[in-house]
Write a protein that binds this ligand. Structure first.
Ligand SMILES: [Fe+2]
Length: 336
């Protein structure tokens, strides 16, 4: 039996476990003998993961642990609660930390889309704050977040929101946005499609062409999203802007309000560009993923009216010879 074909268990990284904490779900080791392969309980859900247990993993060179899939929610809650300690642990390689950030964010957005009223909007805000701190603290984080985007092509609403938030945060940082603006932008992008939770799945998942009425309904998702946010808190700013404006076009042809040029906030303009870019570079059921250069060409030749031309040029420059070690440019042009 191979763990990858075991439907009941999923692998986790031992690096994610902090000493002197309880994880909240049972953790298993894959034990192989000459006659069988089986999952053996290694740390019970309410037992403390201590130095002794950690040393045992190191001495036996165990690189992978397992949890039952049915208990993964408890594990993701643990990751969110220990996020800062995990991502600031320089003994964990950057790419591994990035994978933890990505899987944790994807799970969070999944919860958000299943039930935005269950506290997941507030969790998203906290997560965005931590994610921006991570990107600002660790320049290698930026590089590995971009590389991960290149590796993860399969599209889902969840991974799409996380990818757009990762690229949007890095682009915003590159443009010289301040920390507060970046946190609002990142949270806003994670939340930007939350209004789709108020649209029938029959319309959202329809395979054929949408009728005029169905498309009119889809076009309401920015306003539905703003309603969801307003019902949760009155303190959102960039979050509301991104949610409302991520389908507005520079020439006024977008929706829901047909805003144009400087009527659109910089955070709205940034999210418009990155939302399209991620959709083009992802695989969908009806299309293959385009390579980054082909995506930019498509955006330039057929969609330029959607974007702020100057910001689009900045985006091309940003994706070009991207060097996360260089300082972001000192300009307040795009600051809010
Ligand atoms: Fe959208």
């Amino acid at each position: 039996m191979d763990y990858e074909v075991s439907p009941d268990y999923m692998p986790i990284s031992p690096s994610a476990l902090r000493t002197d904490t309880t994880v909240g779900c049972d953790i298993y080791i894959l034990a192989k003998t000459s006659i069988e392969v089986r999952f053996v309980l290694y740390c019970k859900s309410d037992a403390v993961f201590d130095e002794e247990k950690k040393s045992m993993l190191l001495s036996k060179r165990i690189k992978k642990l397992f949890i039952k899939k049915g208990e993964k929610q408890a594990f993701f809650t643990y990751l969110e609660n220990n996020f800062q300690k995990i991502v600031s642990d320089s003994s964990i390689p950057s790419d591994e930390r990035t994978r933890i950030v990505h899987s944790s964010a994807t799970n969070l957005v999944k919860d958000l889309f299943e039930d935005p009223r269950s506290g997941s909007i507030e969790r998203t805000k906290t997560f965005a704050n931590n994610m921006v701190d991570y990107v600002l603290m660790d320049t290698m984080a930026a590089e590995s977040l971009l590389l991960l985007k290149i590796a993860v092509h399969e599209y889902s609403t969840y991974t799409h929101s996380v990818n757009v938030a990762a690229v949007g945060t890095l682009f915003g940082q590159d443009l010289g946005l301040g920390v507060t603006d970046l946190k609002g932008l990142c949270a806003g992008i994670l939340l930007h499609d939350v209004g789709k939770t108020r649209i029938s799945t029959d319309i959202l998942n329809k395979n054929g062409k949408l009728t005029k009425e169905e498309f009119e309904e889809i076009k309401k998702h920015p306003e539905y999203g703003a309603d969801v946010l307003n019902e949760t808190s009155t303190e959102y700013k960039e979050e509301l802007i991104v949610t409302l404006q991520h389908h507005e076009n520079d020439d006024g042809s977008g929706y829901p309000y047909g805003l144009k040029k400087d009527e659109i906030h910089p955070c709205g303009k940034i999210s418009r560009i990155i939302d399209v870019y991620d959709a083009l570079t992802s695989t969908r059921s009806y299309k293959d993923a385009l390579r980054p250069f082909a995506s930019l060409l498509e955006m330039k030749e057929n969609m330029l009216h959607c974007f702020d031309a100057e910001l689009f040029k900045e985006f091309i420059r940003f994706l070009g010879p991207y060097d996360p070690r260089k300082k972001s440019r000192k300009t307040d042009k795009w600051s809010t």
